[in-house]
Design a protein around this ligand. Structure first.
Ligand SMILES: C[S@@+](CC[C@H](N)C(=O)[O-])C[C@H]1O[C@@H](n2cnc3c(N)ncnc32)[C@H](O)[C@@H]1O
Length: 472
């Protein structure tokens, strides 16, 4: 690359980091090159960069870049233990202090996360929904209009139990529409976390903030500024939930780390409170009684396990739902035609919504020997995304024909059979799934488990079997 082009690219990368918070290391700069060429085609690169630097972040060009550069992967009931902790333990503690409880989902993408809070709060009944105010913000305008439409694909609902789906969603030709009473409980706003906006982050604005899987790619300095704003905007003792791969270590001392089940989250320290390490030393295993009467253990963060390399590293990142990193790692490896690498590539295409590419690889793998079962399964997932449940069901049936011990294929075939009213067929497949799940291959659980472990999937099968008995 010519020196002048390299310097233009460096300025573009720096502007993107400064305005959107998105960090690209040198090895990734090449990803931005075609985008810069495309956006600057009308004006020339120099003029384009000048205009970009002087444009406010609310101007159209920055919105267009946000749409192209952000990663919006999300789904309903993602990291469920955190959400359960929020609605069962955290929010009820504020009921006596405030008429309304305010929750912010920062980086809410297409709305699945704030709607999950609303849905779960209704299901659990610990907080009166009329007192719950939920606000979702995101820098991507397309994600925000999707959130306002509140209509979702089956893939977005993959972790929603059947009974919940039937109660709160309506099947429409476009997908699953959230019922208006839940939809209207959440409001959305286009907003960039990198902007200061003191009025928005005014003290005491929120009781809890969820900012999960958003700052993974932010440089530490940007994260520090955003977390400081969030600390200021929380009520005293307010709560912050980050994604499982994100941490405040080295970023902020304003919070203490807590644990509920296997979920980690943070609480704003009270000025007079001892530090978490002092508490942990005084009573390492005892439960701490907080100002708001809820008992929550104060813990030290677990040391992250070293990630494996190569294709196994990709699988590890995929299981942790770190799809963008998984994709970057996969791209950095020598192109491999090994079935496991191809399967991973196809699943990552699917997660990124590149259904055409996922389907193409799926067909290739379905024709090869040894990968027919997962390939048919993947093709079934693609067809479900296209809304073709009949086609998807025949793919799942093909997957178990190719490998009769494939529990996930049996589960999905059974689920779609039940939905089609074919209860006898559904029961057979679901019972097979139940008996096969304890031995399901770890690779398949990582690729297709939808965030559920073996036990969680067995619960899903039991719910499906229960639903079969309810079919008239
Ligand atoms: C991976 S999604 C996470 C969605 C949801 N929180 C979850 O965990 O399922 C990350 C979201 O953060 C948003 N985001 C990235 N940078 C942002 C910024 N500077 N301001 C606001 N939102 C941002 C992206 O547009 C994207 O929708």
């Amino acid at each position: 690359m010519a020196e002048s082009s390299r310097s233009a690219l460096a300025r573009f990368v720096a502007l993107v980091e400064q305005r959107l918070g998105l960090f690209y290391d040198k090895a990734q700069w090449g990803e931005l090159e075609p985008l810069l060429a495309e956006r600057a085609a009308g004006t020339g690169v120099e003029r384009y960069l000048e205009q970009l630097a002087s444009a406010s972040s609310q101007q159209e060009e920055w919105k267009a870049l946000a749409e192209r550069l952000t990663v919006g992967e999300t789904y309903f009931l993602r990291h469920p233990t955190q959400l359960e902790t929020l609605v069962d333990q955290v929010l009820p503690t504020f009921l006596r202090q405030a008429p309304n409880i305010r929750v912010l989902c920062a980086g809410c993408s297409s709305g699945e996360e704030p709607y999950s809070v609303a849905l779960l709060a209704r299901e659990r009944g610990r907080v009166d929904s009329s007192r719950l105010r939920i606000l979702g913000i995101d820098v991507n305008p397309r994600a925000i209009s999707h959130a306002r439409r509140a209509c979702y694909s089956p893939w977005s609902l993959r972790a929603v139990p059947l009974a919940m789906r039937e109660q709160w969603f309506q099947r429409t030709p476009e997908g699953f529409s959230l019922r208006p009473q839940v939809r209207d409980q959440v409001i959305f706003e286009e907003r960039n976390l990198m902007e200061e906006a003191p009025a928005f982050w005014a003290p005491g604005s929120f009781h809890a903030i969820l900012c999960r899987n958003v700052m993974l790619y932010f440089p530490p300095e940007a994260m520090r500024r955003i977390i400081a704003r969030m600390a200021q905007a929380l009520v005293p003792g307010g709560y912050l939930f980050l994604g499982p791969s994100e941490t405040l270590r080295g970023i902020s001392d304003d919070f203490e780390l807590l644990r509920g089940g296997d979920a980690f989250y943070y609480r704003l320290r009270q000025p007079a409170q001892p530090t978490s390490s002092a508490l942990a030393m005084a009573q390492p295993v005892a439960l701490q009684r907080t100002q708001s009467q809820v008992t929550l253990p104060v813990v030290t963060p677990p040391a992250p396990a070293p990630a494996p390399d190569g294709v196994d590293g990709v699988l590890h990142l995929l299981s942790a739902e770190r799809y963008t990193e998984a994709w970057t790692l996969l791209e950095s490896l020598p192109q491999s035609s090994q079935p496991k690498a191809l399967l991973l590539r196809a699943v990552l295409h699917l997660h990124a919504g590149r259904l055409g590419q996922a389907e193409q690889l799926g067909r290739q793998l379905a024709a090869a020997s040894g990968t027919e079962a997962p390939a048919h399964y993947l093709l079934g997932l693609c067809l479900e995304q296209f809304g073709d449940e009949v086609g998807a069901r025949s793919r799942y049936v093909a997957s178990v024909r190719a490998d009769p011990t494939f529990a996930l294929g049996q589960l999905r075939a059974g689920t779609l059979a039940r939905r089609a009213g074919d209860v006898v067929e559904a029961r057979v497949s679901l019972r097979m799934a139940l008996s096969l799940l304890p031995q399901e291959k770890p690779l398949y659980l990582s690729l297709f488990g939808g965030g559920f472990g073996r036990h969680g999937l067995m619960q899903v099968v039991l719910q499906e079997l229960q639903a079969c008995t309810e079919v008239p």
